[in-house]
Ligand binder design. Structure first.
Ligand SMILES: C[S@@+](CC[C@H](N)C(=O)[O-])C[C@H]1O[C@@H](n2cnc3c(N)ncnc32)[C@H](O)[C@@H]1O
Length: 271
């Protein structure tokens, strides 16, 4: 089994890395949460809350009678999330250092568990899905959004973005217990059903980056990925060449980027 590690830390000040996800997905995620049953008064768990943008938004939605707990296993992200909640004076958002694998240690039952782009970083997502099922109240809702990296593309084609299909082994193979799975999104309906959820809704979101400003979002957090790139056996020269190519794609108005796809799945824990 490979060692599990998160490759895109946002840095001590929490300012790097997750802006692209926010730009690409927050609007569709918010609509998805509302249509899946997010309501005032709910108690919500946000697993792998990152810099807390969605945690804070959900805290505003549930209002003073509800609460949202964001958990993270990365202290930089947690610090950034707490700072964000403080700046919005959100008394009903709380953050805990806790792994997705240990959510039962929170000793709390939830109306809704939200988890976006976290399971595709984990080697044993099924263990986490089973624990989500345990910590939900009867009729509780699991709102999941996980990646489909093979949906990434550039058009016209550039090697710097979207050749995942070539580099990754087939997306339909299940890597459970063996390796991280950047395409776990396409397996979530099946994995959630196996855990006992009744799946209510499933959909794929495919954002496009078409302006220079949107494409430049791909530069956010790039430095954090460099170590991973070199550890994978690439050279410094290749890293620099990829950077130049990415700048070319950004500045070429005729070239568009299909960002990673996201599979949204909402499931309910039957009574
Ligand atoms: C791609 S980010 C997504 C953040 C946030 N959910 C969002 O959509 O903006 C993945 C997050 O999962 C966190 N993470 C990775 N492994 C984790 C684990 N075992 N337990 C809790 N959080 C984890 C990372 O620290 C990171 O903040």
């Amino acid at each position: 089994m490979k060692q599990e590690k998160y490759i895109a830390d946002i840095g001590k000040d929490g300012s790097r890395g997750l802006g692209t996800l926010d730009h690409c997905f927050n609007q569709t995620t918010q609509a998805f949460l509302l249509s899946s049953g997010l309501n005032p008064g709910m108690t919500i768990l946000d697993i792998g809350c990152g810099s807390g943008v969605m945690t804070c938004w959900m805290a505003q939605q549930v209002g003073p009678k509800g609460k949202v707990i964001g958990i993270e296993n990365n202290e930089n992200q947690l610090h950034a999330a707490q700072k964000r909640a403080d700046s919005h004076a959100l008394a009903n958002a709380a953050f805990r250092l806790c792994s997705a694998y240990d959510i039962e240690s929170l000793h709390e039952q939830f109306d809704l568990v939200y988890c976006r782009f976290v399971l595709h970083h984990l080697i044993r997502p099924v263990d986490v899905i089973a624990k989500i099922f345990q910590i939900l109240k009867p009729n509780g809702i699991y709102v999941s959004e996980e990646g489909i990296v093979n949906h990434a593309f550039s058009y016209p084609f550039s090697h710097v973005w979207g050749d995942e299909c070539v580099r990754l082994t087939p997306p339909w193979v299940d890597y459970e217990g063996v390796d991280r799975d950047g395409n776990v999104g396409i397996k979530m309906v099946t994995k959630m059903r196996h855990a006992g959820f009744r799946v209510l809704f499933a959909n794929v979101v495919q954002p496009l980056l078409i302006t220079r400003e949107e494409k430049a979002l791909l530069l956010l957090g790039r430095e954090e990925l460099k170590r991973h790139f070199l550890e994978e056996g690439h050279t410094e020269a290749e890293w620099i060449a990829a950077g130049v190519e990415l700048e070319n794609v950004i500045n070429n108005d005729a070239q568009i980027i299909g960002f990673y796809g996201s599979c949204q799945v909402a499931g309910v824990k039957p009574t």
